[in-house]
Design a protein around this ligand. Structure first.
Ligand SMILES: NC(=O)c1ccc[n+]([C@@H]2O[C@H](COP(=O)([O-])OP(=O)(O)OC[C@H]3O[C@@H](n4cnc5c(N)ncnc54)[C@H](OP(=O)(O)O)[C@@H]3O)[C@@H](O)[C@H]2O)c1
Length: 104
């Protein structure tokens, strides 16, 4: 079974130079920039951390705004495919169905 893009792992998100530059500009972290961007798109975000300092960081995203240039730079990072579960990928869907069948 192939998991497609999922098997390739994550994309070194926290070291992305575009996100790092935007974070530096706003005196925020990369995670905070991402959360702010998604909230501005009305995406429901569910950040999870085991570390109290990161929990505090992840909720501290309501005192700054991304400008149009920031948003355009982040939008340009879109590679038009999911790095996690791509539910339009036949291999992924087949793999999920196999997992469900195996657990029955
Ligand atoms: N993904 C799914 O398909 C799915 C489905 C249903 C429900 N959920 C629920 O949604 C929530 C989130 O799931 P998830 O899959 O996104 O969680 P996850 O990938 O398992 O955990 C989040 C990861 O991000 C790290 N992190 C959090 N804040 C960070 C920050 N500010 N800077 C750097 N790293 C940070 C955490 O590390 P540390 O702990 O070391 O901070 C952890 O490794 C969970 O409650 C999960 O049960 C997820």
């Amino acid at each position: 079974m192939s998991w497609g893009p999922f098997a390739e792992g994550m994309n070194d998100f926290f070291h992305n130079p575009v996100l790092q530059a935007i974070a530096k500009k706003h005196h925020k972290g990369v995670g905070q920039v991402a959360l702010r961007y998604l909230l501005d798109l009305d995406v429901v975000v569910i950040p999870k951390s085991t570390k109290p300092e990161r929990m505090a960081e992840n909720i501290d995203v309501f005192d700054f705004s991304l400008d149009d240039e920031d948003k355009a730079q982040i939008a340009a990072l879109d590679e038009n495919h999911s790095i996690c579960y791509d539910h339009t990928n036949l291999n992924t869907v087949t793999g999920l169905l196999d997992m469900i069948k195996a657990s029955m």
